[in-house]
Design a protein around this ligand. Structure first.
Ligand SMILES: Nc1nc2c(ncn2[C@@H]2O[C@H](COP(=O)(O)OP(=O)(O)OP(=O)(O)O)[C@@H](O)[C@H]2O)c(=O)[nH]1
Ligand SMILES: [Mg+2]
Length: 435
């Protein structure tokens, strides 16, 4: 484990809790030798903190004979360069730290490509005249184009690699969307676990699917999405996706690189937003996650708020029900003791499938396939033959069946029946009633 020094910068008049940052440092497998804090009005343009602070840092670094300092903020390339030069040690800023963790965690091919892409993007932003790392590489390769300066060469090489990786990601994404199409054909809806890092998504995933994916008291323990089937009631299976956790000010380069993975969330039929109920910054975290969901275009997916870790609350403590004012569906669970898991499954069923409605449809000549789909899904109550030889089916369908029916809306008619009330409930506009 490498030992490091950390610099915690806070802005005067604004509260800052460094715990999350320490957690990040620990999650990157670094051991903190010293932590030095600085309160500033605004960052110094050249060195982020004042020269007095830099001197203090220099002494601490020498005293502990360290070669790495981690800063809890993002700094510009020139600040990076200036601080590095003055302290004579390597500097990592917040985005660099998060990228570092992601690089350690990436297992799948896609994950590794995504992280490398984000790293290159980050490097590009830090690429300055002083950048020497790539220069050394180039020396051996002799790739400089005619009339190019070193900096131009480096930029060009980075650009090439970025282009190559982006192309690769596109291919992976295509494959993923094909797989997604296959899943849809099987008629299984997808439910995505989403939430702040360390909220307990993977533990909950294991509890819901009886699997054993890695769940750890580390930030960003999960990087690659995992999808498993989950039984939720008789004859009902859905696909559950465990996804990468979010964090405040998630570096944009990461969001971009992970867009394909995050699509799992955007395209899902239901989101389980997992929250650590024992987290003192609960509401800030919820807001942060909502913000990112919006950014990736998943804010319209129906959501259940899952308040996890209720075992950590003292018995009789005020739970979220009396605290939260929003109208969304809420369930309280403990992924470790499994309390509330049944209620959660019920909420999922209710949310995905909704109430059932009875409808009658008349299939046209081409409707044989749809008839077998109905039978496969077990929604047929009655079948008869209409006057002109059409097949007339009475069905009991839920919201998910209705979505499936949309696909076939050209090969059947809804038949008006006496049960007008259930007809109205059916939300016919949605599936294209022929009149
Ligand atoms: N007491 C208690 N601890 C829990 C519960 N659920 C999860 N944890 C713990 O919380 C920590 C984080 O759990 P994970 O399931 O890895 O969290 P995650 O949301 O998947 O985290 P990332 O993948 O890092 O985003 C682990 O140490 C779990 O054991 C719970 O219901 N009660
Ligand atoms: Mg996880």
């Amino acid at each position: 484990m490498k030992t490091v020094g950390v610099l915690v910068v806070s802005f005067k008049g604004r509260r800052h809790d460094p715990d999350e940052f320490y957690e990040l440092v620990r999650s990157a497998d670094f051991q903190i030798k010293f932590s030095c804090s600085a309160a500033v009005d605004k960052p110094d343009v050249r060195t982020y903190v004042r020269s007095g602070k830099l001197q203090e840092l220099k002494d601490l670094i020498a005293l502990n004979s360290l070669s790495l300092l981690i800063i809890n903020r993002d700094i510009s390339s020139s600040q990076h360069r200036n601080i590095q030069r003055q302290l004579c040690c390597q500097i990592i800023d917040r985005t660099g730290l998060i990228l570092n963790i992601f690089a350690q965690r990436a297992r799948s091919f896609e994950g590794r490509v995504q992280v490398e892409l984000a790293q290159l993007d980050y490097l590009k932003s830090k690429l300055t005249r002083e950048w020497t790392h790539l220069e050394r590489q180039r020396g051996g390769l002799g790739l400089r184009g005619p009339g190019e300066t070193q900096l131009e060469t480096d930029r060009r090489l980075l650009g090439l690699r970025i282009k190559q990786l982006t192309g690769r990601l596109k291919k992976i994404k295509l494959r993923r969307s094909l797989a997604g199409g296959l899943r849809k054909k099987k008629g299984l809806p997808t439910v995505a676990l989403v939430g702040y890092t360390n909220a307990g998504k993977s533990t909950l995933f294991n509890a819901l699917t009886q699997s054993e994916v890695e769940a750890k008291d580390l930030m960003f323990a999960t990087l690659d999405p995992t999808i498993r089937a989950m039984e939720i009631g008789i004859d009902k299976r859905v696909l559950l996706a465990d996804t990468v956790g979010f964090i405040e000010n998630l570096p944009p380069t990461l969001i971009e690189a992970f867009a394909a993975t995050l699509e799992e969330t955007t395209k899902s039929q239901l989101i389980l937003h997992v929250v650590d109920i024992a987290d003192p910054e609960l509401y800030e975290r919820i807001n942060e996650v909502d913000k990112i969901l919006k950014m990736i275009g998943a804010d319209n997916v129906p959501t259940i708020m899952v308040y996890n870790k209720i075992d950590l609350l003292a018995k009789g403590a005020i739970k979220i029900n009396s605290l939260a004012l929003d109208k969304t569906v809420r369930v309280e669970v403990s992924a470790t003791t499994k309390e509330g898991i049944k209620a959660l499954k019920k909420a999922i069923v209710k949310n995905l499938y909704g109430a059932k409605n009875r409808i009658t449809v008349r299939l046209r000549a081409t409707g044989g396939k749809l008839r077998s789909v109905f039978y496969e899904r077990g929604v047929v109550l009655n079948e008869s033959v209409g006057t002109n030889g059409d097949i007339v089916l009475t069905l009991e369908v839920d919201r998910f069946d209705k979505q499936l029916m949309l696909k076939y809306k050209d090969i059947y008619d809804l038949v008006p029946t006496d049960e007008l009330s259930s007809y109205e409930n059916f939300d016919v506009g949605n599936i294209g009633l022929k009149n």
